[in-house]
Design a protein around this ligand. Structure first.
Ligand SMILES: [Mn+2]
Length: 408
């Protein structure tokens, strides 16, 4: 069986206010070509379909075009919800989509059996067991009680997560026994496995939230033939395993992410073998960061202008003095070019504001959580308390992001 594993499409994503319609259209054309050429049987999208829990009409229409076109070329399409998605929005049309061989699991099911799919060939014989586990929220995993410690809470979350995965795998094994066939087992997850490098654009608050930031891979059942992950935007194997992978996002979702090549994972999964191949996704819009002194920025801009580049730029001025007319200086060079400047940062201003030097590669960008962390340090709060306060702050930030139907 040929499976195309992808995730984190973030349909409707904008970059500093810039719409990305052309890139998404090009991505859809490319995908449909791949589905045909590679004779894909199953398209699997492992969460964060949309960028926002309340996507706009254009994003919604794109999503349905994607599903409609995909079922033309593959037998099955499976979509799970990510932390950016609204489970209710994804699950709303699930019954209708199921009739079209599109299986959507937007949020955790009351009965774990409903997350385990038995996919069949056109002749009705089973070909794959798929435990479609969506992003699991805190309320899916534990019941809060008054006076509990942070450790207790984390322990319960991890325990809840482990129980859930064990339950779906047990269910899948039961189905396998009924059929008495060596069916391969594919499991999905939208979570952050500890130790995996991030792209820097996932959004710090998403990664920290609810202590689910760090899940040891050993917590997940071993019997899984392939674990298709979403959440981190960098394509990667987990701890060197061919069978545990983040497909990564197909488009770079920020300037830090622009440095990493984008791909989808094509796998051929048989009961006894799993072979993976990365399909590089073309880059339709170059994202580039230029940093340095004014003279360095100027010469780089001139080079790009003369080369006819139409890159989207992030410019970070790191010179000793603050240039009040930085924007005008940049515009004077780029006005007669196809370059587009999305973002200009005066590094010294940020440093002055925070009285501290930050390393840009840490993905530092006045993230509220990091500002809060900085405040805690400045006020000499004890390390242990800092951790608790940071967790509480991250939860508050997260709750601000949730759509109305998510609140409970
Ligand atoms: Mn994501």
């Amino acid at each position: 069986m040929i499976i195309l594993h992808t995730s984190d499409w973030h349909i409707g994503h904008t970059l500093y206010g810039r719409q990305r319609h052309e890139e998404y259209e090009a991505l859809l054309r490319w995908l449909l070509q791949v589905l045909q050429e590679e004779q894909v049987d199953l398209l699997l999208i492992a969460g964060d379909i949309f960028d926002s829990p309340l996507p706009g009409t254009r994003a919604l229409s794109y999503y349905y075009r994607l599903l409609a076109a995909s079922v033309r070329y593959c037998r099955h399409v499976v979509v799970i919800g990510g932390n950016h998605d609204s489970p209710a929005l994804l699950d709303g049309p699930a019954a209708l989509l199921q009739e079209l061989r599109v299986h959507v699991i937007g949020g955790k099911r009351a009965d774990v059996a409903d997350e385990v799919l038995l996919l069949r060939r056109p002749d009705g014989t089973p070909e794959l067991l798929l435990a479609a586990v969506p992003f699991l929220r805190e309320r899916d995993l534990r019941t809060p009680s008054p006076g509990e410690s942070a450790e207790e809470k984390e322990q319960q979350l991890l325990q809840g997560l482990q129980n859930h995965y064990q339950a779906v795998v047990a269910q899948a094994k039961q189905i396998r026994e009924q059929w008495q066939q060596p069916l391969p087992l594919l499991v999905t997850g939208h979570l952050f496995i500890s130790g995996c490098p991030v792209s820097g654009d996932e959004g710090m608050r998403d990664l920290y939230v609810g202590n689910l930031g760090q899940i040891p891979v050993a917590l997940l059942p071993e019997e899984i033939d392939y674990l298709a992950l979403g959440h981190l935007h960098r394509a990667q194997k987990v701890q060197g395993s061919e069978r545990i992978r983040y497909s990564g996002s197909p488009l770079p979702l920020g300037f830090a992410d622009g440095k990493h090549p984008k791909s989808m994972t094509l796998l051929s999964l048989e009961p006894t073998a799993c072979n993976c191949r990365l399909l590089p996704v073309p880059c339709w819009q170059t994202l580039q960061t230029i940093r340095g002194s004014w003279s360095e920025i100027e010469s780089r801009l001139q080079q790009l202008r003369l080369a006819g580049s139409s890159a989207w730029l992030e410019i970070i001025h790191e010179g000793k003095e603050i240039l009040g007319n930085l924007r005008e200086r940049i515009e004077a060079i780029t006005a007669s070019s196809t370059l587009q400047v999305l973002r200009i940062k005066e590094q010294r201003l940020i440093e002055q504001a925070l009285h501290q030097q930050y390393d840009e590669d840490d993905g530092y960008d006045l993230d509220p959580l990091q500002v809060f962390q900085h405040c805690l340090q400045q006020h000499g709060i004890e390390t242990e308390q800092q951790i608790l306060l940071q967790q509480a702050f991250a939860e508050i930030l997260h709750s601000l992001d949730l759509p109305a139907d998510e609140e409970s």
